[in-house]
Design a protein around this ligand. Structure first.
Ligand code: ADP
Ligand code: MG
Length: 560
């Protein structure tokens, strides 16, 4: 046993711990779900590591999770014999929070706190799983002992969650990790911290972790018969959810499973099941989350679903199974005919994986389509959260472009708040309108005040109001929808059919135009008479082939 060192939590970690201690979640039972989930991940990682590294000196005989309760000491211990952590692992993984978007989350949280005068937005918190730290909701001290598989030296970590932790080497730690929670004093009113009750703990495991594919063991509870002291029994069913028949699994079970794999704390919006037999046999269980993660638009964001091969966990974030624009979709794919040794590189090339990916993509798109017609409110939530990402698909995936246009919706001059589908837009087009008109800009207000809209307003033509940066990109690449082309209101000569600038007017204004062209020669290509304005005296338009002002700004910002 070595020297005891005291270290400080990273400041973001400290803030999250404070939230835990001054507990923000009303449902404290979930700490157990988090610890069991981490133990399960650690067992998955060990199994994988032993496939990859045949030399690894690890004990894989009886991989399992054990929950031990001590009602005298008032402790709950969750133990696994999985991959374990080295000293550095513990400092980096437990002492800091590496999740991208943490700083952003804390900033938002602070704002919402100020707005609501002290009470923390439960909503916001729900989006941000705090995993291991959730133990501090029920414990005033947490001890973690761990040894990384294949190494000799163990590590012991301890903290009361108040800014610092201690860490020391230990000689005799078993492989894997044991986390011990020293429970806060019992709360008599509602037995809130009665987590030393085996019945209560079993019930929590059943509710939240039944599908965990490793055995979760607890001491046998005496039901009259004399069980040998120290005898354990498995308390979860260990059945992979995607392998069970649909009517055997409740929504709640699906939702808990979603939380386990996504590390999200809110229920998903939609659950999608798929089953394919024949040449490429696989099962998939996909989820459309109800909220966008903080890092949806960050470059290093995780994406993709989990890959299993014949029930064996292979990898998280398998990008090869989901196109980038659907990166928010979570879930599991269990393929029958892949090797357990597949690597990411191999997967990118694999024909079977590509075929599965195409099927998953189609299924997600049709699910959204159905949602659009059958549950408008749900669809509106989905689109509000993920629309900006989905629209990237209009450029990235020409093959499914029609489908993506079909499930997209856009703000428009038709309604101040409600976005419209293109289908609805087209159905409202007056007979003489040929194109689908759109305006791009920074905000709705800016677009509505633009003189470019005047003529359209006068004609009663609806205009799509596109304000997302990605809109600037796809409108150039996508030619049309339902046989109607997309036309910018700000580009070229908009042919609204009845140009009333007569020869006479042209003659009248010839001098003025010549003078203006000369004076503005440095800044504009041409000055011409137009009938597109009704109240503004003039406006600037781009050539059909030109960049829009927003794109120009974007390119300039990128130094091009
Ligand atoms: P998450 O599970 O979302 O990554 P947690 O806060 O639950 O976040 O855990 C943080 C990290 O600590 C995990 O990603 C993992 O690397 C490590 N960890 C936690 N518990 C264990 C464990 N029982 N065995 C090995 N590593 C663990
Ligand atoms: Mg976790």
């Amino acid at each position: 046993t070595g020297q005891v060192e005291t270290l400080e939590f990273q400041s973001e970690a400290r803030q999250l711990l404070q939230l835990m201690i001054h507990s923000i979640y009303s449902n404290k039972d979930i700490f157990l779900r988090e610890l069991v989930s981490n133990a399960s991940d650690a067992l998955d990682k060990l199994r994988l590591e032993t496939y990859r590294d045949k030399e690894l000196q690890a004990d894989t005989d009886d991989l399992h999770i054990e929950i031990a309760l001590d009602d005298e000491a008032r402790t709950v211990t969750v133990r696994d014999n999985g991959i374990g952590m080295s000293r550095d692992d513990v400092v980096n993984l437990i002492g800091t929070i590496a999740k991208s978007g943490t700083a952003e989350f804390l900033r938002k949280l602070k704002e919402s706190k100020e707005e609501s005068k002290g009470t923390v937005g439960q909503d916001l918190i729900g989006q941000f799983g705090v995993g291991f730290y959730s133990g501090f909701m029920v414990a005033d001290k947490v001890t973690l002992v761990s040894r990384r598989a294949g190494t000799d030296e163990g590590v012991r970590w301890e903290s009361s969650g108040e800014g610092t932790y201690t860490i020391e080497s230990v000689a005799d730690a078993p492989q894997g990790t044991a986390v011990t929670l020293h429970l806060k004093p019992a709360d008599d009113e509602d037995h809130l911290y009665d987590y030393t009750s085996p019945w209560k703990v079993r019930e929590i495991v059943k509710r939240y972790s039944d599908f965990i594919t490793w055995p979760v063991r607890m001491a046998k509870t005496g039901d009259g018969e004399e069980g040998a002291a120290g005898e354990l029994e498995t308390v979860n069913s260990m059945k992979a959810l995607w392998a069970r028949s649909k009517d055997e699994v409740s929504d709640e079970e699906y939702h808990e499973f979603y939380k386990h794999i996504s590390h999200d704390w809110t229920d998903p919006l939609e659950t999608v099941r798929m089953q394919a037999e024949g040449t490429f046999e696989y099962q998939a269980l996909l989820f459309l989350p109800s909220r966008a993660p903080m890092d949806l638009f960050m470059r290093d964001a995780k994406r993709g679903v989990q890959l299993y091969v014949k029930r064996v966990f292979i990898m998280d974030d398998c990008e090869a199974l989901m196109p980038n624009y659907l990166r928010f979709v979570k879930g599991v794919v269990d393929a029958q005919d892949l090797s357990l040794n597949v690597s990411r590189e191999i997967l990118q090339q694999d024909r079977q994986i590509r075929a599965i990916r195409r099927r998953l993509e189609k299924k997600v798109l049709t699910t959204i389509k159905t949602m659009m017609t059958e549950d408008a409110e749900k669809y509106a939530t989905l689109w509000g959260e993920f629309g900006r990402a989905i629209k990237e698909g209009l450029l990235d995936d020409p093959e499914n472009r029609e489908q993506i246009l079909e499930i997209s919706s856009f703000a428009s001059t038709h309604h101040a708040e409600k976005p419209t589908s293109l289908r609805d837009y087209v159905s409202r087009m007056p007979e003489d309108q040929e194109h689908i008109y759109y305006a791009t800009g920074e905000s709705r207000a800016a677009i509505e005040n633009s003189p470019h809209l005047e003529a359209f307003r006068a004609k009663g033509y609806e205009v799509l109001i596109l304000t997302d940066p990605v809109d600037e990109m796809w409108v150039d690449g996508v030619t049309g929808f339902d046989g109607k082309s997309f036309q910018s209101v700000a580009k070229g000569e908009v042919d609204l059919g009845d140009d009333k600038t007569s020869e006479e007017q042209k003659a009248d204004y010839a001098d003025l135009l010549t003078w203006m062209s000369a004076t503005l020669a440095e800044t504009v290509k041409e000055v011409r008479l137009s009938s597109r304005l009704t109240t503004s005296p003039s406006c600037v338009v781009g050539d059909s082939g030109d960049l829009t002002p927003t794109l120009e700004k974007m390119y300039r910002a990128m130094g091009q």
